[in-house]
Every structure is written in C-alpha cells, then in structure tokens.
Design a protein around this ligand. Structure first.
Ligand code: ADP
Ligand code: MG
Length: 707
C-alpha cells in the first residue's frame, strides 16, 4: 500500500457549496434580507437571533410557534385557579434580591390583597426591575402556580402598563426563545415580517389545494402564527417536502442525461479475491445491482444502505474492482482521516491477491510521497485511491476515474455530492454508503434521487450485544465494572449525551466525566468531543484504535466511528435522551470482534413513557431497520424532548408525523410535475423554481441551467 498525505483538509466539504444566490428570483429578495434590516433590531438582538438561527427574514417567517396559550383576564386571584394562564392587575409591593444562586423575587398584590410572588432567574431580573417599580400597578400575564403555601408566577410572559395590549392577545403564540430574546420581541418581529410578505405564485396544484382545504402561501403563514391551524401547518410542511422531492428528482434527471463510462468487468480480479468468508445473499444482490448500473451509459447513482457490520466494505471493493477490470480507476471517500486509513488498510488486505494498487491520500502533510501518488493517479498505475475529500482537490488529477464510492453518506449533503461528481469530464458512477438505517419514507426524503440497495441480512455468526438498562444511581458499580474490564485488557466507550441547545454545558459534562474516570484509571482514558481541533480528535481516536488508550469518553462524535474490535463495552449516559436510531448507531461500535459485547444504557430518573419504550426496544432487538421504523413511530407520537436533533431529517418545517403522512404525496406530485414539465418552464414550473429557492434547494435549479 502506498500512503501519502496532502495539504489542507480538515473542515469537511463546506467549502464546496454551490453559490447561486445571485440567480435567486427577485420576488424573494425581501425574504432573504438579513433580520438585522428589520425595524427595531439593534446590535443587542443580533446574538439572540443568531442563536435561534434566525438570520434572514424568511427564517423568522418560518419560526413557527411551539404552542399557543389561551389566557383569561381575571379581576383578582380568587377568580383564577392554580395552573391557569391569566392576565391580572397587580400592585408591586417589594423587591427581594437574589441570595446566592436563588431567584430574584418581586412581591405583588391583587385588588383584594392576595399576595403573589413574581419569580425571575438569571438576567431576566434586570428587565423585571425596570418593568415593575415598587408602588406601581401593572398588568401581568403568566401562569399562576403554587409554591408551598404561596402563589407565584415564574417569568411572567408579559408585563404592561396598558391592559388593552395584553387583553388584545388573549390567545397568543409562544415561540422558541434564546437568552436575551423575549416573547414580546419575537412576536413583534414576526408580525413585522408577516405584514411585509411578498405575493408568490402558487406552486401547489389547484386540485390538491382544494381537496385538502389548504390556504395560499401567505395566508398559511399568517394562520400558522395566529393559532392552531392544522391545514395551514400542513400546507407549509408540504411546501418544504415538495421542494425537497423536486430538487432530488431534478438531480436524478440531470444525472440521467449525463454521459458516464459504461463499465463491464471480465471478473478476472474478483476471481482472485481471497475473502475469508462467503458473501451473504444481500451482498451478492447489491453487487449484482451495481454491476447492472455501471454497465449503463448514464452514471450510476446508488445508495447502499446497511447497518453497521453488514459488510458494505466488501460490496464497495467488488464495485471498485469492476471499474479496475474495465481499465479505469475508482476512488473511495471517507469522512475522516482515520476512517480513510482504516479503509485503505482493510481494502489492501482484502485485495492482496489481485495485484491492484491502492493508495491512501489524506490531508495532513505533503512531500515527495504525495507527489508520487499524484503521479500514479495521473498515469493510472494507482487504480484505487482512498482518502478524505483531499482526493478531489484541484491538484489531484486522475487518468480515468470512473467510480466514486462515498462512505457514511449522511455527512454529506446532496449539493456536496454533486460537486464531487462534477470533477470528471465524464460523470463517474457514484455509490453512496450509509450505515444509518432510516425508515423508508425518510430514505425517500434524503436520497430520493438515488436507487437503493439494502443490506438487510447480517453476516453469519454475529453475537448479540448484551444490552442492559441501568439506573443512574448505580454509577459507582458501573465504574467498578469498567475497572475490571480494562484490567482484563479490554477497551470501553463511554458516551455522554449531546443536546444541541446547550452545547457548552454538554461538553463541560463530558470533560467532567473524563476527568473523573482519568483520576481513577489514569492516562488510559481519552476524550473526544465536537469542539476539539480535528488533530486533537484524531490523535485521541488513534490512541484508542491502536489500543494505547483503553477508555474513550466521547460525545456523539463517535457515531461515525472507528472499528475497534477489542472495544467490547459501551456505557451510554442518559440514554433516554437519544433517539432510537442514534442509540442503535452508537451501540454498533461494539460487537465487532469475536468476543461477547455489552452495552449499558444508563438512565436518569425522569423517564418518560416514550423514553421507557425506547430503552425497552433497544434491549429487545438489534435490527436497525426495525428500530428506525419504531423511532419514527415514537417520534410521530409527539414527544418533544430530543425530537429535533440536528441531522435527523433534512427538514425544518415538516415534523415527523407530517413527513410520514405528506411526503409520499409530495414525491408523487413532484414526479408528475417533472414528467409534464421537466424544464420547469410552464407557469407552475416557474412557481416551483421560486419554491426551490425559498427552501434553498436551489442546487436543483442550478442543474437545469448547467444542463
Ligand atoms: P460495514 O457495513 O459496517 O462497513 P464492514 O464492511 O466493516 O461493515 O464489515 C464488518 C465485518 O464483517 C468485517 O470484519 C468484515 O470482514 C466482515 N464481513 C463482511 N462480509 C462478511 C460475510 N459475508 N461473512 C462474514 N463476515 C463478513
Ligand atoms: Mg463501514
């Protein structure tokens, strides 16, 4: 195996984004203006808006309420019940400063002399001090609670001198907030945005609109912000799903019209493969499907979906050997250096008898070795190149690259996928591999432009992973267990949860866990999390992969991880916080060797019904596709916590239930539109283009122009 590293790759494929803002239809310009351009948005709101991801006017338009509160105006507290949302006039009596970490308290009184405490945590107290001067009367809106013997309102939603203002919005939207952003502020901004929405042409078929009783776009946004309105919400979700399907189908159509290199291998290299196992039926099927695809004139666009350990590498190798047999080259793209290195080693081992030259090209350093690899790719003496996206840099030229395999597909967006295949004069065949078993509907949403092969059969002899749910109180026993495990020469993963809302707090938790385990077990404990520099991360991963470190404490970054067969124990902290699919993915890191593996799911005490069901399912099955379907079902059930972890779906508006219900419809609709008007030239086609830009699926339109 030849090994070389090339310069400057660490940041993923972010630099490869298609830049098309210049071609956006003008009618959308007001929607893509920055939120900073809105009236009343000063520098003070920049951070809070950014934290909520509300950078442009369109983001605010689609920042839909989490829920609505219906309040009741009461003359006094006797008229209200505990737990009720009320508006009431209160006279402010006294301020009590926070003592230590306690909250700031304001004692107030209604017209009958009933006392109620207004409670503020953190910085919210500053505003409260100004809004509620002692001796004055104010209208206060919020939920009346009871704490011990006394009544309280924690963080009132509104405080006002003017009752009309509050009484006028007795049913009001509640939005996701961030530090420094109040409900009133965001409501005002949303109203400002809604009143300035441009009129857009209709992209939904009139018949469908009528049948579903959906409002037109502008009305749908207004209604969705105003009250619980299922039709309006559905229409907005449908828009997003339609945009997505349409963009994927445009990619597919464009790919169909490209010229690829038809590949037929005579099998002489594959015959010399000396694999220590018989291929599974699923592997054979997938290889046959690939062989059929690459023999065609149009480039292959195929997804290989298979659970961790289902044997995707062997399938990829067969595909690449077909390309080599046909006299061309193949490249395998991995998301990280360490995975690239592992692939190169595995493939070199597997292909030892074939005489095929495999090179590793990553982004760490340069030199003579790199030059010789680049030469080998140009003159064709290297037939298979494995690497990070460095293998697609400008300086890297191939004699005849005809197949690109992309591992761990979900790390790359469709736009990036496109850039990769645009490098060659003739579009290479593309095989994307993903270890995330997602439900069929989501496969359509994420990979609708591809044909799919599923490895739904595991290689024989896999041991079940002994999965147990352990209460967090038994932490000490678990740590003792780790001690025994590593004393016997084993390795273990310790996974800490990552909840997007508070990344810094999560990292602090992981660091604390690492420190505690390190104090007990010493330098054999290493830490990996998302905010480490890539080199530091790789270094820790490598120590673990080599066996120099025995315990890897990690946030979910190990999800796309390394293959360490000796790691047979995994602890997942606060397991109830993860989605099923994610838990499954994590657990797949163990059970890779011949030894029996164990997965301990540590659960907190506040376990919801859905959380309980999830953990039970994890114990019950190891079938990734089944877990994926169950995951969708449980999420559709409306659990809030953890439903929107990043990367779960490509959607921001459509929720899980809507995806399951509306996506098949949207996909059919998109297909019909493509059949009738593949160039999007009709009036409805024009409207659909606007839709694509609105949801930033503009790479679809880009392809129409580029041809
Ligand atoms: P993944 O799909 O996660 O990439 P790998 O390709 O890494 O899975 O395969 C996992 C393990 O299973 C490897 O050690 C591989 O050699 C082995 N393997 C692959 N196919 C078979 C098979 N048909 N029979 C037995 N073992 C297999
Ligand atoms: Mg793999």
């Amino acid at each position: 195996m030849v090994h070389v590293k090339s310069g400057g790759d660490s940041g993923g494929l972010a630099g490869l984004r298609l830049s098309v803002a210049a071609m956006r239809p003008e009618v959308l310009n007001p929607l893509f203006a920055e939120t900073a351009s809105l009236k009343g948005v000063g520098p003070g709101l920049a951070r809070p808006l950014e934290k909520l991801g509300l950078l442009r006017v369109r983001d605010l338009a689609y920042h839909l309420p989490e829920r609505f509160v219906a309040r009741r105006a009461v003359a006094n507290l006797d008229e209200a019940t505990v737990g009720e949302q009320i508006v009431v006039a209160l006279s402010v009596r006294e301020h009590r400063s926070a003592s230590g970490r306690g909250p700031y308290r304001i004692i107030a009184e209604d017209v009958l002399g009933n006392f109620v405490t207004l409670v503020y945590f953190g910085r919210a107290a500053f505003t409260a001090k100004k809004q509620l001067p002692a001796g004055e009367t104010r209208w206060v809106a919020g939920r009346l609670d009871q704490f011990g013997q006394s009544l309280q309102i924690v963080h009132p939603d509104h405080v006002s001198t003017d009752s009309a203002e509050l009484l006028g919005s007795l049913n009001e939207p509640v939005y996701g907030l961030s530090e420094g952003m109040t409900l009133g502020r965001i409501q005002g901004l949303v109203q400002q945005v809604l009143s300035g929405l441009p009129a857009l042409p209709e992209w939904i078929e009139p018949g469908l609109l009528q049948r579903e009783g959906w409002p037109e776009w502008r009305a749908a946004l207004a209604q969705a912000h105003k009250g619980t309105n299922a039709e309006a919400r559905d229409r907005l979700a449908y828009d997003e799903l339609l945009a997505n399907s349409l963009a994927l189908l445009l990619v597919r159509a464009s790919n169909r019209s490209r010229t690829g290199t038809p590949l037929t291998g005579d099998g002489h290299l594959r015959a010399r493969l000396n694999l220590p196992f018989e291929l599974t039926g699923a592997q054979k099927r997938a290889i046959a499907e690939i062989e059929g695809d690459v023999a065609q004139g149009a480039p292959m666009l195929r997804l290989l979906q298979g659970d961790v350990g289902s044997g995707k590498t062997a399938v990829a190798l067969h595909a690449m050997l077909i390309a080599v047999e046909a006299g061309t080259q193949a490249a395998l793209l991995a998301p990280t250096e360490i995975l690239a290195r592992q692939h190169a080693e595995t493939l070199t081992r597997m292909a030892a008898g074939t005489g095929v030259t495999i090179a590793l090209l990553t982004g760490r350093d340069k030199g003579r070795a790199r030059e010789s690899i680049l030469m080998g790719l140009v003159d064709g003496s290297i037939q298979i190149c494995v690497g990070t996206h460095a293998i697609f840099q400008e300086a890297v030229a191939y004699k005849h690259l005809a197949l690109v395999v992309i591992d761990e597909q979900h790390r790359f967006g469709v736009g990036q996928r496109l850039m990769l295949t645009q490098k060659a004069k003739r579009t290479p065949h593309c095989l994307a591999m993903t270890a995330t078993p997602i439900p069929r509907t989501l496969t359509l949403a994420q990979y609708g432009e591809m044909d799919v092969s599923r490895l739904d059969e595991m290689p024989p002899g896999r041991q079940a992973i002994d999965t147990r749910v352990v209460a967090i109180e038994r932490m000490a026993e678990v740590v003792d267990g780790i001690g025994r495990h590593i004393a016997a020469g084993g390795q273990a993963y310790w996974v800490c949860p990552m909840v997007r809302e508070q990344e810094t707090a999560d990292i602090a938790a992981a660091e604390a866990r690492h420190a505690a385990l390190k104090e007990r077990f010493g330098d054999t404990v290493v830490l990996v999390h998302g905010q480490l520099r890539p080199e530091a991360k790789d270094a820790a991963m490598e120590r673990f992969a080599r066996g120099d470190a025995q315990v890897l404490v990690a946030t979910t970054v190990i999800e796309v991880g390394v293959d360490v067969p000796n790691a047979t124990l995994m602890v997942i902290e606060q397991a109830e916080r993860f989605g099923l699919a994610q838990l499954h993915q994590l657990r797949g890191r163990v059970g890779r060797g011949s030894q029996r593996s164990t997965c301990l799911l540590l659960r907190g005490d506040a376990l919801s019904e859905v959380g309980r069901e999830r953990l039970a399912l994890m114990r019950e099955t190891q079938d990734g596709f089944r877990l994926a379907e169950e995951d969708l079902r449980l999420r559709g059930g409306g659990e809030l916590l953890g439903t929107r972890q990043s990367g779960d779906t490509p959607f921001k508006v459509a929720d899980f239930e809507q995806i399951a219900r509306l996506l098949p419809m949207a996909h059919d609709d998109a297909r019909l539109l493509m059949e009738r008007d593949g160039g999007l030239a009709s009036p409805r086609g024009e409207a659909a283009r606007i839709l694509l830009y609105l949801f930033e699926r503009d790479w679809g339109v880009q392809l129409l122009r580029g041809g």
